[in-house]
Design a protein around this ligand. Sequence first.
Ligand code: FES
Ligand code: FE2
Length: 343
Amino acid sequence: MSTKEKAQLLQPTLPYEMYVNQEVFDTERKEIFSKNWIFVGHTSQVKKVGDFFTFEVGGESILITHANDGKLRAFYNICPHRGTKVEQSEKGNKKILQCIYHGWTFKLDGHVNRAPNFKNIDLGEYNCLKSIQLEVHRSMIFVNLNRKAPSFSNEYTELLSELNRYPFLDSLQLVRENRRLIKANWKAVVDNFLECDHCPVAHPSFSKTFDLSNYSIVPCDKFSYQCSIVKDQDDSLTVRFYWIWPNMMLSVYPGSGNMTTTQLIPIDANQTMAVYRYFFMNEQLTEEEEDMIKFVDQVREEDFDLVELLQSGLHSKAFENGIYSPTENAMQHFHEMVLEALK
Ligand code: FES
Ligand SMILES: [Fe+2]
C-alpha cells in the first residue's frame, strides 16, 4: 500500500475550530439544544404536588413543576409581564410561584393567579407562562424547546427498547448530585466519554476493575453504548455506558439497581457545566454503593482533567483536526450527527 493510500485510511475528526469558535457554539445552541429532546431531571425530584426545579436548556432557564392535577409540566422560567426570571432557586416546593418584580403570581399549572398592576384586565396570551414539550420515560424527564418536534418515543424508539433490560429504572431515587464547571467545549467532553482508548493510560482503577480485552462500543440510532464485564467474572457483572444524543450520559453498573447520569450544559465555546447524579433503589446507601460512587467520581475527575488539557491544545495552529483510531467509531458517529444537525 502506498503512503498516499495509507493516508486516505486516516479519517479526519471534526475540525478543532468547531471546539473553540463562539459562532459555532451559538449555532449549536440553536440547531442542536433548542431542537432536540434534552434530559433535565428525574421524577424523584418532583415527587409531591408543589415540587419544582429549574434547569438550563439551550441558554434558557426552564421550570419543571408538579401541579395539583398530578401532572408534570415544563415552562420557560420567564414572566409574561416584562420578562423577569420568575423562580430564582434550583429546586423547592411552593403552592404559588411569584415574580419578584411587579408581584405577578402563578399557579403550578403555569396560569397567572394574580397580576396586581392589571387588576381585571384580560391578559390574553400573557395569562400563562410559556409552556414547553415535556415527556417522561423510565422516570427520566425530557423537554424539547421545539414546539413541533416529533415525540421522544418516535425519535428514540431503539433506546427505549434497549432500556427495557433494566426493570428497576422506575424504582430509582436521586440520592446525590454534584456539579463541575469544566473548562472545555461540550463536544470534547462527549468525545472523551465515547472512546476507551485512553482507559489503560488514564484510568488505572477502571482498568484494574473491568476487562478491557472484552470491551465493545456499539453506535445505535441517536445513542451508543459501551459494554464491559468485571475482570474474572461471568457476564452477569456487566457495565453499560450509554451516550444519548446530544448531551446525556447514563451508566448502569453491576450490583443492585443503580444509574448514574451526566448532563452537559454548554456555557460557551470553552466551558461546560457537568451535572452528575447518582440514583439507587434506596436513599440509605450500602457500603458497596458508597464505594461505587467513589470509584465513579474518581474516573470522572480523571476524565474532566484530561479534557481540560485537551481544550487548551485545540486552540493551537499545529493541526486543524485529529484522526480516528479504529475503536473511536462511536465518536465518529457523534461527529456525523453534529455535522448533520448544523447543515
Ligand atoms: S416582570 Fe414579572 S411581574 Fe413584572
Ligand atoms: Fe475516561
